[in-house]
Design a protein around this ligand. Structure first.
Ligand code: GDP
Ligand code: CA
Length: 304
């Protein structure tokens, strides 16, 4: 089994690409839940949903989140009532959150609901939330501390960040199967996700970092930064603001105690020797997965 530590879009694309090389049932994704939020009483798990929708072929490529062919009648009605609509939830997407919230109220765990949603969508990969407990990524900014979704959606990640912490992580337990999956995996891949906002909240769950460190020889990361830039989102900016070099080398340095190999893009080939000097083997390939042929090439390389 191959384990993939996963944020949202980049991880979803990598998981989809792995299908060209592996049986879906041989893949386990351990997914960030630090972005999870309760809105209108509904429990929303953005990274789990992005992965589920992408693997089900339902993702909305234009928006970069949510379901394809979406309509917004509920949001329009809510706006007419004067309700909160800054966090947009499409009509089709809402069914997921209704289903999840109802099941959680009936006593199911987040892992159980995630498995039920994956099954209903015809997905054979094993999707595990990092924890079944409630954790929340909190962003310290020059304007004070705000929740992840306030930072990401309401503020459009356009505010200087001074720190990140994951509320509740220290008291959380890894979801069933998380530690054993990492311990037993043939290989562990850190997806091209935001290191501070998507991967750190997984590593913050007690036990995860230690079991990963013990598997270092089999851990491969894919750089989310290409030519020093994120394809989308604040990965580049936040690395700079938190004092790291916003390049593939900076990412390798950030992960060096956990990974033995780092996959970087062809445009970064010149910095490969700097990564090797950190004691991390660099592999250069195409890493932009919007091109299916490149996605397949990347899937081959992370498994090679
Ligand atoms: P989220 O989708 O908002 O949860 O954010 P993620 O944690 O997935 O991180 C976004 C990061 O993924 C950005 O730094 C992107 O550059 C990176 N990313 C997205 N798609 C790709 C891709 O096809 N290839 C690579 N190498 N990185 C990607
Ligand atoms: Ca996310």
């Amino acid at each position: 089994v191959i384990v993939v530590l996963s944020g949202g879009v980049g991880a979803a694309r990598l998981l989809r690409a792995l299908r060209t090389e592996l049986k879906p049932s041989d893949v386990t994704a351990i997914v960030n839940v630090g972005d999870d939020v309760t809105m209108h009483g509904l429990v929303i798990c953005p990274d789990l949903d992005t992965i589920t929708y992408t693997l089900a072929g339902l993702n909305n490529e234009e928006l970069g989140w949510g379901i394809v062919g979406e309509s917004w009648r509920v949001m329009d009605e809510l706006a007419a009532l004067g309700g909160d609509t800054w966090f947009r939830l499409g009509d089709r997407d809402l069914a997921t959150h209704l289903f999840r919230t109802q099941q959680l109220h009936a006593g199911a765990t987040k892992s159980q609901v995630t498995a039920a949603l994956a099954q209903a969508r015809g997905i054979s990969e094993r999707l595990l939330p990092a924890t079944d407990d409630t954790i929340a990524t909190m962003i310290a900014t020059v304007d004070g501390e705000i929740s992840f979704q306030e930072y990401f959606v309401a503020r459009r990640h356009d505010v200087a960040v001074t720190g990140v912490r994951v509320e509740g992580a220290a008291q959380s337990l890894p979801a069933p199967g998380v530690l054993s999956a990492i311990a037993a995996a043939q290989r562990i891949i850190i997806a091209p996700s935001n290191p501070m906002l998507s991967i750190d909240p997984i590593l913050a769950v007690p036990g995860v970092r230690d079991v990963l460190r013990a598997r270092r020889d089999d851990v491969v990361a894919v750089s989310p930064l290409i030519g020093g830039h994120a394809l989308k989102g604040p990965a580049e900016r936040i690395m700079v603001e938190l004092g790291h070099e916003a390049t593939a080398v900076g990412v390798a340095r950030y992960y060096r105690e956990l990974i033995s190999t780092m996959v970087i893009d062809e445009v970064d080939a010149a910095v490969a020797p700097q990564i090797d000097l950190l004691g991390v083997r660099s592999v250069v390939t195409t890493t932009v997965m919007s091109n299916p042929e490149h996605a397949r090439q990347l899937a081959k390389e992370v498994l090679a």
